[in-house]
Design a protein around this ligand. Structure first.
Ligand SMILES: NC(=O)c1ccc[n+]([C@@H]2O[C@H](COP(=O)([O-])OP(=O)(O)OC[C@H]3O[C@@H](n4cnc5c(N)ncnc54)[C@H](OP(=O)(O)O)[C@@H]3O)[C@@H](O)[C@H]2O)c1
Length: 265
């Protein structure tokens, strides 16, 4: 039965932006594969889905920060006969703080999740899409990946990777029938800051004051995807900031941000 249905696989579907992606895609008639670590939360998201193929949703719990996870997830889909037409690489995490003091294990898990898993999922599912001559990939990069970012140095660098990798993969797949889009959110009201270890009330206040809702950000990403755009920065203010920072030498944004962030952390 599954092989007749086209699936959208969403990583990090248990909360935040990913839950909104899954909810919207299901409402649009997609059958959704929900991926994350917490099976209970994923099952709850599945229960709340509505849409023509909501009943076909599948929960596949998977810790994508573990080496080999992308391969295991791909194999699980193959075993269930799930044909993935849309891959949404949304799962991601941050580690906040002075770079030299951060725990190596936390950094390694973040790089595995944000970089390795995303890359390997693109390759594994992208090959099938290319062979079929149709498919879409939506990668969640970040506004933070546009500039070197003090106290989020490694996280921002992983997102620079996502932003650049997505554009290059898109160019390689031109005329293949597979379209790659990258969404670059700025601050979004989710559990991301707390999960990144941000405890400063001043930072959270600033982040909240400048953030968009996860629903709006998911809509912006899906709109860009449906238009086949290469990338989209979520929010007018972020677009403007990206334009201004883009006019400066690459050393300037971190130098400008550092004293500003020092007041927040
Ligand atoms: N929020 C922001 O301000 C912001 C800004 C720019 C970009 N982004 C990007 O947007 C994406 C979504 O973030 P969010 O704000 O929605 O964060 P979030 O609320 O923390 O949600 C993260 C999602 O990823 C899943 N996840 C985390 N670690 C995982 C792992 N090891 N394996 C599998 N799934 C994992 C989580 O589910 P489980 O806990 O169940 O695994 C959860 O569903 C990320 O790529 C993030 O970098 C966020």
């Amino acid at each position: 039965m599954h092989s007749l249905i086209k699936y959208a696989l969403v990583t990090g579907a248990s909360g935040g932006i990913g839950k909104e992606f899954a909810t919207r895609l299901a409402a649009d008639g997609w059958a959704v594969v929900l991926v994350g670590r917490n099976s209970t939360t994923l099952e709850a998201v599945k229960t709340g889905l509505a849409g023509a193929n909501a009943n076909a949703a599948v929960v596949l719990p998977c810790d994508l920060s573990v080496p080999g996870a992308a391969e295991r997830l791909y194999a699980a889909c193959a075993e269930k006969g799930l044909s993935i037409e849309l891959l949404v690489n949304n799962a991601g995490s941050g580690v906040f703080g002075e770079s030299l003091d951060l725990a190596p294990a936390a950094l390694e898990a973040m790089v595995n999740l944000n970089v390795s898993a995303l890359t390997n999922l693109c390759a594994l599912f992208g090959r099938d899409m290319k062979a079929r001559g149709s498919g879409r990939i939506l990668n969640v990069g970040s506004f933070a990946g546009l500039n070197a970012t003090p106290y989020f140095a490694s996280y921002a660098a992983t997102k620079s990777y996502v932003n650049a990798y997505s554009l290059a993969l898109r160019a390689e797949l031109k005329d293949s029938g597979v379209v790659v889009t990258c969404l670059l959110p700025g601050y979004v009201r989710t559990s991301f800051d707390a999960n990144a270890g941000i405890v400063s009330e001043a930072y959270v206040k600033f982040s909240n004051a400048n953030s968009l809702g996860a629903e709006e950000v998911a809509d912006i990403g899906l709109e860009a995807l449906s238009r086949g755009k290469a990338s989209v920065i979520a929010g007018t203010r972020n677009k403007f900031a990206a334009f201004l920072f883009g006019l400066l030498p690459r050393t300037a944004p971190p130098a400008i941000m550092k004293p500003f962030l020092d007041k927040l952390v």
